[in-house]
Design a binder for this molecule. Structure first.
Ligand SMILES: [Zn+2]
Length: 313
């Protein structure tokens, strides 16, 4: 009798454990269903690789409800030439609807992302653009050409229209408005720079090659071929020689990178240093921060003003 009681208690315990396990399983199932539902109700999550792509996506998705736009990289990082994916990035990309990148080699981590997340939907903003080359590699800084900025905005608008056809007309309208302003911007910059006579300049890294190409400025040398490695002493003396030979009067630094080497070179050449904006991070303080539609234009106009002021004419 005692033994029977023992056995039945054992079965009861066992039964309770099974019931508990089943309950936990269903509770987990319900929570995961709810999360899935919440995710779908929350709209589209878009991850942009870095700031210019974030800005253009903000322009295209203006006035569209249900878009959650986040940057993969911290805004202070500037260009992301040497960025490596962190485990947290993979987790973030895994829960995104779309990943929008610049392309042209800016996101050197892209192969790793594709390998880790083969189902990730990637939009390449620069597709169809004829890249310039710099030191034998594609120059990815296409957004500094107004025409190519327009192309990137158009590409993002077209891809989003395919992915989210309900809002296609808003994406296309935002893109068309940007394109109209691009023509005005080009005319304005050309007008500002038309009287500049000495168009030979030195820039920090290859971020301004497209701008120089579009507006007939001649970059005789870069200070850093690779923005994350300082030039060697022999490279510095080569830059000084090129600057002197080409009568360079202005060197252009960028806020994201140190300017001490530029100051040394400028001093040797007898030139001055100025700061240009490669639009790779948000403005630190701006009253226009809530107007993504105009930020690109204002910052490009400011670059033209700085160049005109620096080069005279
Ligand atoms: Zn760069």
């Amino acid at each position: 009798m005692k033994n029977i009681k023992k056995i039945s208690r054992k079965y009861i315990r066992c039964g309770l454990a099974i019931c508990l396990a089943v309950l936990i399983f269903f509770a987990t199932f319900l929570v995961s269903c709810n999360t899935q539902k919440k995710y779908l109700n929350d709209g589209i999550t878009i991850v942009s690789s870095f700031y210019p792509i974030h800005l253009f996506t903000e322009v295209v998705t203006h006035n569209v409800d249900g878009i959650k736009l986040v940057d993969l990289t911290p805004p202070s990082i500037g260009c992301i030439h040497d960025y490596s994916l962190l485990p947290a990035d993979i987790i973030q990309l895994n829960s995104t609807s779309l990943f929008i990148v610049n392309g042209g080699g800016m996101e050197s981590f892209i192969d790793k992302a594709i390998k880790e997340l083969p189902d990730l939907r990637i939009i390449t903003a620069s597709r169809g653009i004829d890249f310039l080359t710099s030191n034998g590699r594609l120059n990815p800084h296409v957004w500094m050409s107004p025409d190519f900025a327009a192309k990137e905005v158009q590409n993002i608008a077209n891809s989003l229209s395919e992915f989210d056809p309900i809002h296609a007309s808003i994406y296309q309208k935002n893109s068309e408005q940007f394109l109209v302003k691009i023509d005005l911007l080009k005319a304005s910059i050309s007008e500002k720079l038309k009287s500049v006579t000495n168009r030979n300049i030195i820039t920090f890294h290859a971020a301004f090659d497209y701008f120089a190409h579009d507006f007939s400025l001649n970059i005789v040398s870069l200070i850093e071929n690779d923005p994350d490695n300082s030039p060697s002493p022999s490279m510095i003396s080569e830059i000084i020689d090129l600057g002197k030979k080409n009568n360079v009067s202005a060197l252009f630094t960028e806020a994201q990178y140190p300017s001490d080497i530029a100051a040394i070179i400028a001093n040797e050449i007898g030139a001055k240093t100025f700061e240009l904006d490669p639009i790779v991070s948000p403005k630190l303080s701006s009253v226009y921060v809530d107007i993504p539609q105009d930020e690109y234009f204002m910052r490009m106009e400011k670059n033209a003003d700085i160049l005109k002021n620096a080069l005279g004419g």
